[in-house]
Design a protein around this ligand. Structure first.
Ligand SMILES: [Zn+2]
Ligand SMILES: [Zn+2]
Length: 263
């Protein structure tokens, strides 16, 4: 399983990166499967460096804040108004129950048909796994001020791996909570947000993690590697890394847009 950081800037795009979007690919029987974890603002343009938009197998949304879903609006145009037509099925989108209506409203479309002609919208059921080709994705409810917010645990069978599978967990946006620990249990890579700093944002709880709190969760979950992400432009990446190292003994790094990681 390969993880490519399309966008990792926290809360809004930065000069070096779009907002949240992660491309996850797996080769199986000669086909490359490609799923996207979130499609935040600015990510649709950069995504085209890595793949043809026709080859998106599914889009998995953690929650409906614009920095995680808003480029569905642009993708709708790319699908619906392509002068050459769109010779592929509707793109499956998994997300909160309100996704279809929220995105149609953001664009200014009537809710019917909204974007239903372009996307096949599906709603998450907490902790209920979804199978997509070689991927099994399980959404775990997390702690964030959105009507539904999930961490996503992505599993792919690999006979050579411990436990017979590779595990990538993506936190979405969240503060520390039991659902996040569950989602990240034994993950080969725990891609975890760290939007806040210790000593700067301590008064705000229930929204984001600091580097230290991300490290605490990774330790409790026995995650094998920790990849910090969703740092806003006003964060200091070195400070975030030091916070995480104070609470997590494993390998830790800060995600960089354009870099790929093997899971
Ligand atoms: Zn966010
Ligand atoms: Zn959010």
């Amino acid at each position: 399983m390969k993880l490519t950081i399309v966008g990792c800037s926290g809360s809004f795009p930065g000069p070096q990166s779009p907002a949240s979007c992660y491309l996850v690919t797996v080769q199986e029987d000669g086909k490359t499967w490609r799923i996207l974890l979130d499609l935040g603002n600015g990510s649709l343009g950069t995504l085209q460096r890595y793949m043809d938009l026709r080859d998106i197998d599914a889009i998995l949304l953690t929650h409906l804040h614009p920095d995680h879903c808003m480029d569905l609006c642009g993708l709708h145009v790319a699908v619906h108004w392509n002068p050459d037509g769109w010779d592929r099925p509707r793109i499956p989108v998994w997300g909160p129950a309100a996704t279809a209506d929220r995105i149609a409203t953001a664009y200014g479309l009537d809710l019917d048909p909204g974007m239903h002609e372009d996307f096949e919208f599906n709603s998450w059921t907490p902790r209920q796994p979804v199978d997509l080709g070689p991927f099994t994705i399980t959404p775990y409810p997390v702690l964030h001020p959105a009507e539904e917010a999930y961490a996503l645990r992505v599993e792919v069978a690999d006979p050579g791996a411990p436990g017979g599978k590779r595990i990538l967990t993506y936190s979405g946006d969240t503060d520390a909570c039991d659902g996040l620990v569950e989602a990240a249990a034994g993950a080969d890579v725990f891609l975890c947000e760290a939007a806040f700093h210790e000593g700067r944002d301590d008064a705000i709880r229930g929204v984001h993690l600091t580097g230290k709190r991300a490290g605490d969760v990774a330790s409790e979950a026995s995650s094998r590697r920790l990849l910090l992400t969703h740092l806003p432009v006003w964060n200091d990446a070195v400070r975030t890394l030091e916070e995480a190292r104070s609470s997590y003994q494993g390998e830790v790094a800060v995600a960089v847009a354009g870099v790929s990681y093997l899971v």
